[in-house]
Design a protein around this ligand. Structure first.
Ligand code: SAH
Length: 489
């Protein structure tokens, strides 16, 4: 972070702008919106600054800059067209520890001004640390289009209600729920649609119901949390569902796995607590039992928990086991499906999972080797190899990397030809995705040579041959990359 973002209250504070041209005028107009007491130092003023002066928005000193113009100022803006003067202003301000902005010169600036979307009191500020002003302006336009016009009214009403709600609803939990209802429910809908009167009526009702709810929960003396089992998809954050995003942004706690990508995790509410319970093959990990218990404990503390899992929580995700215990304890839960690795990887690799010419049956299987628990030998989970080896179908193996040789051996032993086409997709849908194609005969060696890492998905079937044919025109991954860069702008 090259610049620290903050919002500064400038109401009635003295600020000085050195320079009297159009550039200075733009800064003056912004500073005026913030209520600053503005002095402009410049031998002459452009037309728009003269207008501002006529409206008493600034005080004009028709002089050349002198260092003592800075005395007592909160902020300094240097906006002359003479570089040496701007540099001098900057040096003098730095000497006095007064934050200075030199227009279009970040080296000489202590602070820079972001592009803003002003729906006061809601203000969105966008900066690129001075690297890409055009880009920040484009982003601003997008955000501008995205934000409903009434959002400022909504924030204002929230500000007016804060102390009243705090007084009447003493439990922090009930208060939080009130605000969720405020922003997600009728009140917001009415205000944003311009039905102010109705919105204000709903407010009183919502406060009353929060007070009631608070009495109820304190009677029972056990606030109940909520658990959402959420599919985070295979990695590309663009594959999250809207519902997943909403839960992630409302959570108090996020309990996540190794398969949840850093980019997805980045979209979790900033101040949510994050608990990592990832499992790594052959390493010590938080046991499933401990995870189940952790979820129960968090719910009993009244937390809103987002249990974030790679892909879909019900596809080889042990989601069912976690829910069983919750149900047994009478804890409410919700399941948000996600895009499972097979669907995500196939799309990004250009491998249709079914195809009228090649595959009429699709199987998701686990290639997981069960590590002997109490000293037992590692074994493949029992599977219907006769079925999986047949042609005209696609078999997708999750967690197949360690058991690759066994899978190949079993398939061939049950009649699959050595020439059967296969593909391994490593880090599917992520920026470092690799697609490796082979046949059953060459798979083990090809994967070894390519040093494939986990997570990787094995797709067995003739549909994988379409990858070569489709890849040149398949822009899914490229498009996703472009979107990602967009998110990171
Ligand atoms: N619930 C998850 C699967 C969990 S099992 C889902 O629905 O996708 C873990 C296995 O999923 C990994 O071993 C790997 O085979 C596969 N997998 C998950 N994410 C993947 C990714 N981004 N690329 C390739 N394989 C992935």
């Amino acid at each position: 972070m090259d610049f620290f973002p903050l919002f500064l209250r400038l109401t009635d504070q003295p600020v000085v702008v050195i320079g009297g041209g159009e550039v200075a005028a733009r800064k003056v107009s912004l500073l005026h919106r913030a209520g600053a007491r503005i002095t402009v130092v410049s031998p002459a003023l452009c037309a728009s600054l003269q207008d501002s002066m006529a409206r008493h928005e600034l005080q004009h000193l028709a002089e050349e800059f002198r260092p003592d113009h800075l005395d007592g100022m909160r902020l300094v803006v240097a906006a002359t067209n003479v570089h040496e003067v701007n540099a001098w202003v900057s040096r003098q301000a730095e000497l006095r520890n007064i934050p200075v902005n030199v227009v279009d010169n970040r080296e000489l600036s202590r602070f820079i001004m972001p592009a803003i979307v002003d729906r006061s009191p809601v203000i969105v500020a966008i900066g690129s640390s001075g690297d890409a002003p055009v880009l920040t302006r484009r982003l601003r336009e997008k955000i501008e289009a995205l934000l409903p016009t009434g959002i400022g009214k909504l924030a204002k009403l929230s500000g007016e209600l804060r102390s009243k709600v705090k007084q009447q609803v003493s439990s922090a939990d009930a208060r939080r729920r009130f605000w969720e209802r405020f922003f997600d429910g009728d009140i917001a809908t009415d205000l944003l649609a311009g039905r102010d009167q109705q919105a204000h009526q709903s407010v009183d009702m919502a406060i009353e119901s929060a007070i009631k709810q608070q009495l109820n929960t304190s009677e029972k003396n056990s606030p109940q949390g909520e658990i959402a089992l959420v599919g985070a998809g295979p990695g590309d954050p663009g594959l999250l569902t809207l519902r997943a995003l909403r839960v992630m942004q409302n959570a108090d706690v996020v309990v996540y796995d190794r398969l949840v990508s850093a980019e997805v995790l980045d979209l979790v509410r900033r101040d949510a607590q994050r608990i990592y319970v990832g499992k790594e093959a052959n390493k010590a990990y938080v046991s499933q039992q401990d995870i189940n218990q952790l979820l129960v404990d968090l719910a009993k503390q009244g937390k809103r928990v987002c249990r974030l899992k790679g892909g879909d929580p019900f596809v080889f995700g042990r989601g069912g086991e976690e829910l069983e215990l919750l149900a047994k304890q009478g804890i409410r839960f919700e399941v948000v499906p996600g895009i499972t690795a097979a669907a995500g990887c196939a799309a990004y690799a250009g491998i249709p999972l079914t195809h009228r010419d090649h595959a009429q049956l699709l199987t998701f299987a686990t290639g997981h080797i069960r590590h002997g628990d109490n000293g037992e030998a590692a074994t493949m989970l029992p599977m219907d190899w006769n079925l999986l080896a047949r042609d005209h179908q696609t078999a997708v193996f999750y967690m197949g990397l360690n058991g690759l040789a066994d899978i190949v051996r079993e398939l061939q032993a049950h009649g699959a030809p050595a020439s059967r086409a296969v593909a391994v997709i490593e880090h599917g849908t992520r920026s470092n995705q690799r697609v490796i194609v082979a046949t059953l005969a060459t798979l083990v060696e090809t994967v070894r040579n390519a040093q494939v890492q986990s997570p990787a998905l094995l797709i067995v079937g003739e549909v994988t041959r379409l990858h070569e044919q489709l890849q040149w025109f398949n822009t899914t991954a490229i498009q996703a990359q472009a979107d990602r860069e967009h998110i990171g702008e």
